[in-house]
Ligand binder design. Structure first.
Ligand code: TRP
Length: 348
């Protein structure tokens, strides 16, 4: 077996949606099933969620359940992947304290993801120090597990860059105990940035443009029915645009050749469907029906499994508790290596 280790995670600020699914969750399950990884850690990043939701702890707490259910529903398997909660691993906080010495203030302020998040969020009295430092804490998450591979969305690139810098600096100043991680992105353009159902760049709860993994079949159908397409495509006979057309972006992310066999026999593949739409004569109702069939097929089993797991919440928390124990043992070993390298292991 290889010595590759995965660490990844999500902030618990609500239920997970199909943007999370195609951007990362679906790929995690594939990676889990390859058996190529020595260890897989999936973290619910509640401490990070609190960096901008500190005044709303109830939301974060409630979302732990939702995210854990979403994980099991998509097929993450606690026998193969350790699922745990960030705040329950105090070693992560301790590492963050030491890593903070290795990063300049100018460097944290330059992080493009942090910058744009600061603009989006209305931090009334000012930006919390904890918020600008979350990339440093994320470096702790990754390095505590000696992760080689971090499958995440494209927006997380600056976090990985930051983590790699910290690893290099630590290993240079102290001893080479930390591992430089690589990012692993989804391989399909549409999956990297799945837009909202309204065509806006990102799915976000506040915009109300998400399709959730837990949405009912009726809700999914209704959301697809009202999706943004091409505003210049008014009559069926009009030529249409495929670029920037949300239905086609979703088809790029979800459609497989066998779907044509099952739901739209007149076409061989997505290229043929797109060509017809561009030429004119193909209506939005038809492409939306097709997309709905595909989404129902993919989301139906996820929703059913989710309902099953939701029947036994104590078992869900038992699973999380075990995951935390396993994760803490690994993080504690790394912290001990780090303290030795930093010469703060006085009683060893
Ligand atoms: N920043 C990630 C997000 O917003 C969550 C996260 C926290 C994470 N720590 C991580 C992802 C470590 C990968 C690795 O979704």
């Amino acid at each position: 077996m290889s010595d590759k280790i995965i660490l990844t995670g999500d902030r618990p600020t609500g239920k997970l949606h199909i943007g999370h699914y195609v951007g990362s969750l679906r790929q995690r399950v594939v990676l889990q099933e390859t058996g190529e990884f020595r260890k897989i850690f999936i973290m619910i990043a509640d401490a990070q969620a609190l960096t901008d939701n500190f005044a709303d702890p109830g939301k974060v707490r409630q979302s732990i359940t939702e995210v854990a259910l979403d994980y099991l529903a998509v097929g993450l398997d606690p026998q193969k992947s350790t699922i745990f909660i960030q705040s329950q691993i105090p070693e992560l906080t301790e590492l963050t304290m030491y890593y903070m010495n290795l990063v300049s203030l100018a460097r944290v302020e330059r992080n493009p993801t942090v910058k744009s998040e600061i603009q989006q969020k209305n931090f009334g009295e000012g930006v919390p120090v904890g918020f600008v430092c979350y990339p440093i804490s994320q470096a702790s998450d990754i390095t505590a597990f000696k992760a080689t591979t971090v499958p995440v969305g494209e927006d997380q690139k600056p976090m990985l860059e930051q983590a790699r810098e910290i690893v290099r600096k630590f290993n240079e100043i102290y001893e080479p105990v930390l591992v430089e991680p690589d990012i692993l992105l989804a391989d399909n353009e549409a999956c990297l940035r799945l837009p909202g159902t309204d065509g806006k760049a990102k799915m976000s709860k506040s915009l109300g443009n998400c399709i959730y993994l837990s949405d009912s079949a009726d809700t999914v159908r209704e959301k697809v029915r009202s999706m943004y397409t091409d505003p210049t495509h008014i009559k069926v006979s009009d030529p249409g645009h495929v670029e920037g057309n949300t239905v086609f972006t979703y088809l790029d992310a979800f459609c497989r050749p066998e779907h044509f066999d099952r739901y739209l026999k007149e076409y061989q593949n997505l290229n043929e469907l797109k060509a017809h739409y561009k030429k004119g004569g193909l209506g939005d109702v038809k492409i939306k029906r097709f997309l709905n069939e595909i989404l129902q097929e993919e989301l139906g089993p996820i929703r059913q499994r989710r309902e099953e797991y939701a029947k036994d919440i104590p078992a869900l928390y038992e699973m999380l508790k075990k995951g935390c124990e396993t994760a803490e043992a690994v993080a504690a070993q790394t912290l001990s290596d780090v303290k030795r390298a930093m010469q703060i292991d006085y009683f060893a």
